[in-house]
Design a protein around this ligand. Structure first.
Ligand SMILES: *Cc1c(COP(=O)(O)O)cnc(C)c1O
Length: 229
């Protein structure tokens, strides 16, 4: 794996595939990868890393330069929020009001406002975490949410089905974009809502995701190589 070439490849893919007047960021998904690999990506300009486990995220944050943005993309348990609240830049995987309440609480303890995405369930599979569109609106409409001063919802995250059926994947990404556009009309910016991000697309489906309006692609194996668990 040539990390430098892979990063350059993806930056180029983003430029050529993204709709005009829109930007899309490259997130390096570094889960399971040793620090050496992250350091190499950093050397070649990567400043946003995404991890799916709290402990690993905290350990890597401690070890690496402080101008890195750290994103959490995996399922987050409420009792672990406190370990990442001091530094995390974006939590992609908010899937309950209870979790959001805990992030809010820990953010305020740290004197911060933590940006969050609501993870929306768009895949056909049963196993993926996430909210339905009704549940997401339920969060925005809840009295608890209206009082939260330690979080800001900056957009949505979704994962398409793990399939080779491109039509199906495109349909799922389109559904996330459509829901995002509806929410933007319904919820103009407030103290804790500012909808601008759609986190969708991974190594296998990033092309479709960018074409369908992704603002953040989460690329792991196509940058760093296969993960060894
Ligand atoms: C691991 C992971 C990715 C990256 O997957 P690759 O196929 O290696 O690019 C993206 N998003 C989430 C939520 C992940 O857990």
């Amino acid at each position: 794996m040539n990390i430098k070439e892979n990063i350059a490849f993806f930056l180029n893919e983003i430029e050529s595939l993204k709709p005009k007047n829109q930007s899309c960021k490259l997130l390096a998904v570094s889960k399971t990868q040793p620090l050496k690999m992250l350091e190499e990506a950093y050397l070649h300009g990567t400043r946003i890393f995404a991890e799916n486990k709290v402990q690993e995220l905290a350990t890597k944050y401690e070890a690496l330069p402080k101008d890195i943005e750290w994103h959490l993309i995996g399922h987050l348990q409420s009792n672990k929020v406190k370990y990442i609240a001091p530094f995390v830049s974006l939590v992609h995987s908010v899937d309950s009001l209870k979790l959001l309440e805990e992030i809010n609480k820990q953010a305020l303890k740290n004197g911060r406002i933590i940006d969050c995405l609501l993870q929306i369930y768009i895949a056909q599979e049963e196993t993926k975490f996430g909210l339905s569109s009704t549940e997401a609106i339920g969060i925005f409409e809840s009295p608890e949410f209206k009082d939260m001063k330690g979080i800001k919802i900056t957009g949505l995250m979704g994962m398409a089905s793990n399939t080779t059926n491109q039509t199906q994947i495109r349909k799922e990404f389109k559904s996330l974009k459509t829901f995002f556009d509806e929410l933007c009309l319904q919820y103009p910016p407030t103290d804790n809502i500012n909808l601008k991000e759609i986190s969708m697309g991974m190594s296998s489906d990033y092309r479709i995701a960018i074409e369908e309006g992704s603002t953040m692609i989460r690329i792991g194996s196509a940058i760093f190589g296969e993960r060894i668990y």
